[in-house]
Design a protein around this ligand. Structure first.
Ligand code: DON
Length: 304
């Protein structure tokens, strides 16, 4: 496995030249464009890493799957999906247009920004601080890493440049989708995007889902039903308007973030974390998806 991973990193490194690091948030553009790494953990606890697997990056949209699990634990599936749909949009992650023009008047799914901001508003707590701390504790629990924390420089950049997200938050408040304080929901959203991780951390989150919501200790933290919902939405919506193509090319649940991370799940078997901050035009790690595609072909991982 180790040799295979090193080979796949070397083979796919040239693809990093074809993309760009995100620069719409100050600090994200400091990432090394040619970084590429992968970490795989199996359910016996074996780990295999190659390339830039110790580099820290912000989790960005990968956080959306974690918040969704906590929101369902806090409110139940029925409430969450009365406010947010389960359908792919075919639009970019930060698109506004379907919010008003669709019949449903609710965000299409929890993986686009509008849906994720609505989900953030459902985290229980008396104020933004308590809500976020509950979320951070949950993040630490499922990744089995007590040290996880926010990169405050990135958080400030997210908040300062997040006007499009803010506008969606206020629209959702106007529509009654967000019931609580809209600024609290936005603070939780900007902070969750700014949590610092490595490929190893996201592989652990992937393994948690692969094991249907169980920690390595055997403790069941979320129900298998919640894990199934999240894995399904990762397949249909996890890489935005590339989700169909990623399902064909990689064939396992994946969730990307503009920090360059992609978490992938092989149900019952593996958690995979990939880091490659050079992004394709849709905001997904360009070389990272190539590594996952090759890995899936080599190990016959597709669930289809
Ligand atoms: O909302 C934003 O702009 C970001 N902080 C997170 C978006 C993201 O990671 C989209 N992913 N590919």
């Amino acid at each position: 496995m180790q040799d295979l991973l090193s080979k796949l990193i070397k083979k796919n490194l040239p693809f990093t030249k074809d993309g760009n690091v995100a620069n719409y948030i100050p600090e994200l553009d400091k990432a090394k464009k040619d970084a590429l790494g992968i970490c795989i953990i199996d359910n016996e606890g074996n780990q295999y890493c190659a390339g830039d697997c110790d580099t820290k990056f912000t989790v960005q949209s990968i956080s959306k799957i974690v918040t969704l699990m906590l929101a369902i634990l806090d409110n139940g599936e029925e409430y969450v999906f009365s406010k947010v749909g389960m359908e792919p949009t075919g639009d970019p992650f930060n698109s506004i247009r379907k919010l008003e023009t669709s019949r449903r008047k609710k965000p299409y799914n929890p993986m686009i920004n509008a849906g994720a901001i609505a989900v953030c508003s459902m985290i229980k707590g008396s104020d933004a601080r308590e809500k976020f701390h509950r979320l951070l504790d949950f993040f630490r629990l499922i990744s089995e890493d007590e040290t996880l924390d926010v990169n405050y420089k990135i958080y400030c950049g997210e908040s300062e440049t997040g006007n499009r997200n803010r506008s969606m938050g206020y629209f959702l408040k106007g529509e009654g989708i967000i019931e609580g304080d809209v600024e609290d929901a936005l603070t939780v959203y900007f902070k969750q995007c700014s949590i610092e991780v490595t490929a190893y951390t996201i592989a652990k989150i992937g393994l948690f889902l692969a094991n249907n919501g169980k920690l390595s200790t055997g403790e069941q933290v979320v129900t298998p039903r919640i894990a199934t919902i999240v894995k399904t939405l990762m397949v249909t919506c996890g890489t935005y308007d590339s989700s169909g193509e990623v399902a064909v090319r990689v064939g396992i649940p994946c969730k990307s973030g503009v920090g360059g991370g992609v978490v992938a799940v092989v149900p019952g078997r593996l958690g995979i974390g990939v880091y490659g901050p050079s992004l394709d035009p849709r905001g997904n790690s360009i070389a990272g998806l190539h590594v996952l595609e090759d890995l899936s072909n080599e190990l016959k991982l597709s669930i289809f």
